[in-house]
Design a protein around this ligand. Structure first.
Ligand code: 5RP
Length: 290
């Protein structure tokens, strides 16, 4: 019980001043509940509306690919510069320090490996995501793949059903099978299907006509980096995507396979959040690499 001595009557009710209505900085999320918005705000910086997510979930399908052989040596030093980290539960529990205090986007599906064709993925238990206090769950969608389209859409749907009970946002990742065209028509279709099935964030690839992909997707779109590019080209990719409406990047190889990953993630951060041009971003990368 609080001390009742000197209990003061309230006298500052702002009478005549309308209650402040807050807008919300994440696309398509204004009608969501407090827990969802809190988690989305941990990922997307309220000041810029953008996010730099560091993806290092590749091992779930590729094993110890270049740059991910030793998470403790190569990835942990990058985490402080990321707004959010994306990884599997195995790596999170075994190699990510518990005091990093960054939102986690948990890779929540798994199935097969690069040794076979596409994944017949299943999703992890929601209890595990809750136990690990994640800020989002990510599952892949194989739109257009005759064998796995229905299964992966059902995975997304089931994940949204479970995650939304606990106000955990879901990110849909649009996979590109070898037979798919990497164009705005395909990415627009796949991204929209993610959102229609309840994804709160969509991860897809940058392409010509990207503005249309973003315009027709009612939730934030973040881009994957894809295969390793020279640093300046990777920064150009980030710049173009942001300029054409992306809400951020969820990048892996172009950061952790860079000549200087610590410098690269800071340059990516500056392009995404501060609007640096690719030239300015590359200059920053070079300066930080000295
Ligand atoms: C694969 C993924 C990867 O995390 C993603 O592709 C990001 O990594 P990169 O920038 O290396 O492409 O979601 O499903």
């Amino acid at each position: 019980m609080a001390d009742l001595d000197d209990l003061r009557e309230g006298n500052n009710f702002g009478l005549g001043v309308a209650t402040q209505q807050q807008g919300f900085h994440v696309k398509g999320a204004a009608n969501l509940s407090w827990g969802m918005k809190d988690r989305l705000s941990r990922i997307f910086n309220p000041a810029t509306g953008k996010a730099v997510m560091l993806a290092f979930d590749h091992g779930f399908i590729m094993g110890p690919t270049s740059g991910l052989e030793r998470i403790d040596l190569t990835i942990v030093p990058l985490i402080e510069y990321a707004d959010c980290i994306m990884c599997t539960r195995g790596i999170l529990q075994s190699a990510v320090p518990t005091d990093v205090n960054k939102p986690i986007c948990l890779r929540s599906d798994a199935g097969t490996s690069i040794l076979t064709e596409l994944n017949d993925n299943v999703v992890i238990d929601i209890d595990d995501a809750i136990r690990m206090n994640v800020s989002a769950m990510a599952v892949m969608l194989a739109v257009g793949d005759p064998a796995f389209e229905a299964k992966t859409i059902a995975n997304l749907y089931a994940t949204v059903d479970k995650a939304s009970r606990y106000n955990i946002p879901v990110m849909g990742i649009t996979a590109v099978g070898k037979q798919m065209a990497r164009d705005a028509r395909y990415f627009g279709l796949a991204s929209r299907i993610c959102a229609e099935n309840g994804a709160n964030i969509v991860k897809t690839y940058y392409c010509d006509g990207f503005k249309k992909v973003v315009a027709a997707c009612p939730v934030p779109v973040v881009i994957a980096g894809g295969k390793k590019l020279p640093e300046k080209e990777a920064l150009e990719l980030c710049y173009n995507a942001i300029n054409e409406g992306a809400a951020g990047v969820d990048m892996g190889r172009n950061v952790f396979q860079s000549e200087n990953p610590v410098a690269m993630i800071q340059a990516v951060h500056a392009v995404v959040h501060k609007g640096l041009t690719p030239d300015q971003g590359f200059e920053l990368f070079q300066d930080l690499s000295k």
